[in-house]
Design a protein around this ligand. Structure first.
Ligand code: FES
Ligand code: MG
Length: 584
C-alpha cells in the first residue's frame, strides 16, 4: 500500500481514488470511469485529488446503541475536511445485541468480513470505524487488522443513566436486578413496566462496564482510539468533539501510513489485557481480543492471562463489579486517569493512532484531580484480577469465571449437578415446581458453545429456578460452554472448552454428578473417575450440528473454540508468531 497526498503535477489520478483500481489491461481507463461515476455525485477534481478517509456507518433503525451515528458522522467529516482530506461514508451491517437472531455473536464474523472486504475493495487511505454495541467494535477491528489499512476506532459512547423512584438505573445490570425481583414476586407488573421505560434513557451503549464499555476501554488502551475516546456519553459535546478529533487523526494516519498492524502489537495487546483485568471487564472481551489478535498472528495465552490477573488489581468502581456508571467514569477523567494509575504495569512505548506513544499521551493528559471512581493502585476494589481461568477434567481447554462479579462464598464449591441438555430443555424445566434442585446445587447448561447451532448465546447466566428465587436465593454456581452478558453478575463459569457439541467432557455430565469449583486453585472438576468419563464418552459420542447451506454452513464448518476467539479458522493468521501476555 502507498500513501497518497494531493499533487498538482499528476492529475487527474493523484489521489486515494486510485487505490485498488480494477485493471483489465488499461488501468488509466478504469480510473477514468471511476472518476466519471463519482462526479455524478457532484464532486470536483479538487475534492477528488485529496487523500480519502472512509467512514463506516453502522447506524440502523434497529440499533439504538448507534442512534447518534448521523451526528458523529457529521463531526468526523468536519475533522477530515478541516485537515484538507475527502470523507467518504459507506455502510456495513449493523448488529444490536437484542435485535439479531440467534445472536449478535453469530454474526460478528460476518460483520468482520464485511468490514475487511469493504475497506479493501474501495479506495481509501484511512478509515474511521464507528461502532459501539458489543460485537461491532471487535468485528470492525478484526476486519481492519486483516485489511491493514490505517484505521481509527470511534465508539458511539455510553447512554445516559436513568432513574426509577429516585434510584439511578442503567442497562443492563439493573435490567437483570429488577427482572430477578419481578420473577421472585417482589415487584409487580406495573412497576416492571415503569422500570422498562427508565433503563435506557438515551441512545448509546450500555451504561455499565458491560461488553461495549469494556471494548471501548481496552481499545483505547490498545492505542486504536483517540485518547479519552472511550467514555464520553453518546449525547455529550465531548463525544462529538472526539468524533471531530477522530476525523483529524484519520487524515494524519492517511498521510503517515501507520497501519493497524503497527499499533496492535503484542505489547499493545498486553496493555489491553491489563486494562481488561483492572476494569473488572466483560468476559466476552477475552474472546474478542483473542479473535482480534489472532488476525495478526498473536496468540492470547489464557494461563498467562490468569497469571497477569493475579497481579492486577481491579481499580474502576463500575457496575456490575462495583457501584457506578460510565458517565461517572467520564466525569472522573476516563481512561487517561486509569492508564496513568496503571502505568507501572503498562508498556508505555507502544505506538498509538496519534502518532505518539502511550507514554507521551499520558504525559499530555490533564492533571489528576480528586475523584472516587478510579482507585489508586495501592487501594484497589479487588486486590487481584476480576477474571480467573479454571481448568480440570471438565474443562481441559479452560473456562472463565469473573470473580469480581461472583459471590465469594460460592467460589469454593462442591455440590450436585442439575443438568440441562440445551436451551429448549432449560426453558421447559427451569421453572417447573417439581424440578429437583437446591440452592447448593450447580446448574449445568450444555450445547450453547460456538458449534452448538445456538450461536454461542449469552445464556450462561442461567436464571435461578423460580421456586428458589422466590425463596430468596440470589446466586448459584452456573456452568456452561456459552457466554454471559458483560453486564451480568453471579458465580458463573463460562466458555467451557472444548464445548459439549464437539464432544467436550461437559457433554457427559449427568444429574446428580458432583462438581468441584475452586477459584483459588483454578480448578473445575467433574468428580467421576477417568475410566467412567472415558466410558461415557465412548457410549455417547458427539454429533455436532451441521447445516446444508449459507452462512450457517460456513459458521458451523469453520468456527473455532473460545480459546481461538470463535473466529473462523480461515480468517485467523496462518501462523501464530507471538504469545501474549509474556510470562514472568
Ligand atoms: Fe448495545 Fe448493550 S445492547 S451496548
Ligand atoms: Mg452485552
Amino acid at each position: 500500500m502507498t500513501t497518497s497526498k494531493p499533487q498538482d503535477t499528476d492529475p487527474p489520478s493523484a489521489s486515494g481514488l486510485k487505490k485498488g483500481v480494477t485493471s483489465y489491461g488499461d488501468s488509466e481507463f478504469s480510473l477514468f470511469l471511476r472518476r466519471a461515476f463519482i462526479k455524478g455525485a457532484g464532486y470536483s477534481d479538487d475534492a477528488l485529488d485529496r487523500p480519502i478517509v472512509g467512514i463506516v456507518d453502522t447506524g440502523s433503525d434497529y440499533n439504538a446503541c448507534h442512534g447518534n451515528a448521523p451526528q458523529l458522522i457529521e463531526a468526523v467529516k468536519r475533522g477530515i475536511l478541516l485537515e484538507g482530506a475527502l470523507p467518504m461514508v459507506f455502510p456495513t451491517i449493523s448488529l444490536h445485541e437484542s435485535f439479531v437472531n440467534p445472536t449478535a455473536m453469530y454474526l460478528r464474523n460476518l460483520m468482520a468480513i464485511d468490514t475487511e472486504e469493504a475497506i479493501r475493495a474501495q479506495p481509501m487511505d484511512a478509515v474511521v470505524l464507528i461502532g459501539g454495541c458489543d460485537k461491532t467494535v471487535p468485528a470492525q477491528l478484526m476486519g481492519a487488522a486483516s485489511a491493514d489499512v490505517p484505521a481509527i476506532q470511534l465508539v458511539t459512547g455510553p447512554m445516559l443513566v436513568g432513574a426509577y423512584e429516585g434510584e439511578r438505573v442503567g442497562a443492563c445490570t439493573d435490567c437483570r436486578r429488577y427482572w430477578a425481583r419481578f420473577r421472585a414476586g417482589d415487584i409487580g407488573a406495573e412497576a416492571i413496566n415503569e422500570v422498562n421505560s427508565r433503563l435506557v434513557p438515551s441512545v448509546g451503549t450500555c451504561s455499565v462496564m458491560g461488553t461495549a464499555s469494556t471494548m471501548a476501554c481496552v481499545v483505547e488502551a490498545l492505542g486504536m482510539m483517540a485518547p479519552g475516546g472511550a467514555t464520553p456519553p453518546a449525547v455529550s459535546a465531548d463525544r462529538v468533539r472526539i468524533a471531530e478529533t477522530s476525523g483529524r487523526l484519520a487524515v494524519a494516519l492517511a498521510k503517515n501510513g501507520v497501519k493497524p498492524s503497527a499499533i496492535m502489537t503484542g505489547p499493545a495487546f498486553e496493555n489491553a489485557l491489563r486494562v481488561l483485568l483492572a476494569i473488572g471487564g466483560s468476559t466476552n472481551a477475552i474472546i474478542h481480543l483473542t479473535a482480534m489478535a489472532g488476525r495478526l498472528g498473536i496468540d492470547i495465552d489464557l494461563d498467562a492471562l490468569d497469571a497477569m490477573g493475579r497481579e492486577t488489581p481491579v481499580l474502576v468502581d463500575l457496575k456490575p463489579s462495583g457501584r457506578h456508571y460510565m458517565e461517572d467514569f467520564h466525569r472522573a477523567g476516563g481512561m487517561p486517569v486509569l492508564l496513568r494509575e496503571l502505568a507501572p504495569l503498562l508498556h508505555l512505548d507502544v505506538m498509538t493512532v496519534t502518532g505518539r506513544s502511550l507514554g507521551e499521551e499520558l504525559e499530555r493528559a490533564a492533571r489528576p484531580f480528586a475523584q472516587d471512581i478510579v482507585r489508586p493502585l495501592g487501594d484497589p476494589i479487588y486486590a487481584s484480577g476480576g477474571l480467573a481461568v479454571v481448568r480440570g477434567n471438565l474443562a481441559p481447554g479452560g473456562a472463565i469465571v469473573k470473580q469480581s462479579a461472583a459471590s465469594p462464598a460460592l467460589l469454593e464449591f462442591e455440590g450436585r449437578a442439575v443438568v440441562f441438555e440445551n436451551l429448549e430443555d432449560l426453558a421447559a424445566r427451569i421453572d417447573d415446581p417439581a424440578l429437583d434442585v437446591e440452592a447448593d446445587d450447580a446448574l449445568v447448561l450444555k450445547n450453547i458453545g460456538p458449534k452448538s447451532g445456538a450461536g454461542m448465546p449469552e445464556a450462561g447466566y442461567l436464571p435461578i429456578p423460580r421456586k428458589l428465587a422466590q425463596a430468596g436465593v440470589k446466586d448459584m454456581v452456573r456452568i456452561s460452554d456459552g457466554r454471559m452478558s458483560g453486564t451480568a453478575f453471579g458465580t458463573i463459569v463460562l466458555h467451557v472448552t472444548p464445548e459439549a457439541a464437539v464432544g467436550g467432557p461437559l457433554a457427559q455430565v449427568r444429574n446428580g454428578d458432583r462438581i468441584r469449583l475452586s477459584a483459588s486453585r483454578r480448578e473445575l472438576t467433574l468428580l467421576i473417575s477417568d475410566e467412567e468419563l472415558a466410558r461415557r464418552m465412548r457410549e455417547n459420542p458427539a454429533a455436532p450440528p451441521s447445516a446444508e447451506r449459507g452462512y450457517q454452513k460456513l459458521f458451523l464448518d469453520t468456527v473455532t473454540q473460545a480459546d481461538r476467539g470463535v473466529d473462523f479458522d480461515f480468517l485467523r493468521a496462518t501462523q501464530m508468531r507471538e504469545k501474549v501476555p509474556k510470562r514472568g
